[in-house]
Design a protein around this ligand. Structure first.
Ligand SMILES: NC(=O)C1=CN([C@@H]2O[C@H](COP(=O)(O)OP(=O)(O)OC[C@H]3O[C@@H](n4cnc5c(N)ncnc54)[C@H](O)[C@@H]3O)[C@@H](O)[C@H]2O)C=CC1
Ligand SMILES: C[N+](C)(C)CC(=O)CC(=O)[O-]
Length: 491
């Protein structure tokens, strides 16, 4: 059954939550008194539709329905989750919680996006305090996976468990803090860097652009994949963290930071920082910057996914959890109809798969077909465990035909036939579609190998039996058009 979220406050963050829920198949009901709210959310949603569906390798469910409501009471009718994202003012947030308590369904989780307030400040005095948690996201919410979940003793284990379950179901990562604290964890780290950066600009040590370069050419890339402690552990050399601390511990008492002080917040500071920021990035509109940011985030997270690491590993787990709903089998028992070509891929073309011609680039066709081959291998039992035991398939020959164009954001499916599967040989035929439109075909000959000798060898009996079963079932289908074709002279 479709789940429903209410989003109260549809600005930068509320719009991002709305998009995250909608694109993960939830219906979303918005309350925001701003007459521009609908337009603003549709802009955020357009960015999200462009970037999120292609982040993973498995199609997301059909998008949910977005509706706008004139009151909080109407917006929260029948919802499973309420996400409050009104401006960061305690009096305003408390006014919203006051109104909520009469109308919110008793089983719903109420998450606050607050960057700084503690959950006890939001729960104080409300009858439904047990339902209120901090669920602090990062911008853009539709791409960034982190949600800091902050709770108090007032929250029931059921509410906390439900909050984590839902956050995971929409592809995000819950970081559940042990204790409540002003500004949670991540914003404290950001605040430290931000304060130091303001000093460095104010004192004329570096410009905003130079500081951004220090991050993006240096520690920022490291942080995206290993964070702080794992990175510094390596920096300690073979002796690890102990040596790192021994070497850099003394500087903790040196004046390496001005964090204990705050630059005075005044017009001169604002003009200095905003002026340098305009000079650095003013040639791009905010919408352009959002798209550049989203392209980069998708590319980086997909690269991490290839290493099954960090935010990429989280996305891989989300993909794995979605496979059966997307119609993708992981074993022969899960294949719905063995007499027909098997669905081996259902996904959206990611942003980083396109080229200067504005369509999916040729190498990505092989990438997609190779992933379909991997799926077929898993279906016949040649899975990670079997490969670790020393057997696998190597591709010996490939022929791809590019039949029609496809673009970033388009949904594609690959259906796979086993033309022949006997002994060491596996002969596959993949067809890639967007809906009914045939985009490409790929023919592969693979050989089973012994990974120790690196030479061809017969597969395990069960693998051969599974492969033969599919090959025999597919033999009843008419031969695919183009099977066995080599590159011919243009007609
Ligand atoms: N902007 C950021 O980088 C981040 C902000 N947050 C938090 O998210 C919350 C919202 O921040 P933003 O989205 O940046 O602010 P925003 O100013 O972009 O959006 C706030 C929205 O709330 C609406 N609003 C005002 N009063 C309302 C009411 N009584 N009921 C319903 N809607 C109302 C406004 O019309 C506006 O659309 C804050 O608590 C903030 O700390 C969290 C993570 C990052
Ligand atoms: C600046 N900020 C405190 C609102 C930032 C956040 O809360 C998280 C983010 O997205 O950086």
């Amino acid at each position: 059954m479709t789940k429903t979220a209410a989003v109260l406050g549809g600005g930068v963050i509320g719009g991002g939550w709305a998009a995250r829920f909608l694109l993960n198949g939830w219906d979303v009901r918005v309350f925001d008194p701003d007459p521009e709210a609908e337009r603003k959310i549709s802009d955020v949603l357009a960015n999200a539709r462009r970037s999120l569906p292609g982040l993973g390798n498995v199609a997301l469910p059909p998008e949910g329905a977005l509706t706008f409501h004139a009151t909080i009471e109407a917006a929260v009718q029948g919802v499973d989750w309420v996400q409050e994202s009104v401006p960061e003012r305690l009096d305003l947030k408390q006014k919203v919680y006051g109104e909520l308590q009469a109308h919110v369904p008793p089983g719903a989780v109420i998450g606050s996006s607050t960057s700084g307030y503690k959950p006890s400040q939001l729960q104080d005095g409300f009858t439904n305090a047990a339902q209120i948690v901090v669920a602090h996201p990062f911008n853009p919410v539709y791409l960034m996976p982190l949600v800091e979940v902050v709770t108090t003793d007032v929250n029931t284990p059921e509410v906390i468990a439900k909050a984590k379950e839902i956050i995971s179901a929409i592809g995000m990562y819950s970081l559940h803090l042990k204790k409540e604290i002003d500004a949670h964890v991540a914003d404290r780290l950001l605040e430290a860097v931000w304060r130091e950066a303001l000093w460095l600009v104010k004192d004329g040590i570096a410009t905003t652009e130079e500081l951004d370069n220090a991050i993006r050419y240096g520690f920022g890339i490291r942080w995206a994949q290993m964070g702080l402690f794992e990175t510094y552990r390596i920096a300690g050399g073979e002796a690890g963290m102990k040596h790192f601390l021994a070497q850099f511990g003394p500087c903790l008492s040196w004046p390496w930071t001005k964090l204990m002080d705050v630059p005075e917040y005044n017009d001169a500071l604002v003009d200095l920082i905003a002026g340098q920021s305009d000079a650095q990035s003013g040639q791009h509109s905010i919408r352009e910057l959002e798209r550049i940011r989203d392209d980069n985030l998708v590319g980086m997270m997909r690269a991490l996914g290839a290493n099954d690491w960090g935010a990429g590993a989280l996305q891989n787990a989300h993909d794995a959890a979605r496979m059966s709903e997307a119609g993708l089998a992981r074993s022969l028992d899960e294949v719905a109809d063995i007499s027909q070509p098997i669905l081996t891929q259902s996904r959206v073309v990611p942003l980083d798969w396109t080229d200067y011609n504005g369509h999916m680039t040729e190498s990505r066709y092989l990438d997609a077909f190779a992933q379909s081959t991997d799926r077929l291998m898993e279906i016949i039992g040649c899975d990670a465990e079997y490969i670790a035991s020393g057997g696998s398939y190597f591709t010996a020959e490939t022929h791809i035909r590019h039949i029609d164009e496809v673009h970033a954001g388009d949904p594609i499916q690959v259906k796979t036939r086993v033309i022949m599967g006997a002994g060491k040989k596996m002969h596959l035929w993949h067809e890639m579609y967007e809906g009914e439109r045939l985009l490409a075909t790929a023919e592969h000959m693979l050989l089973h190998v012994d990974l120790k000798t690196r030479r061809s060898a017969p597969p395990a009996a069960q693998i051969e039996a599974n492969l033969t079963r599919i090959a025999e079932a597919h033999a009843a289908l008419p031969a695919p058009e183009g099977l066995g074709r080599a590159i011919g002279a243009p007609r």
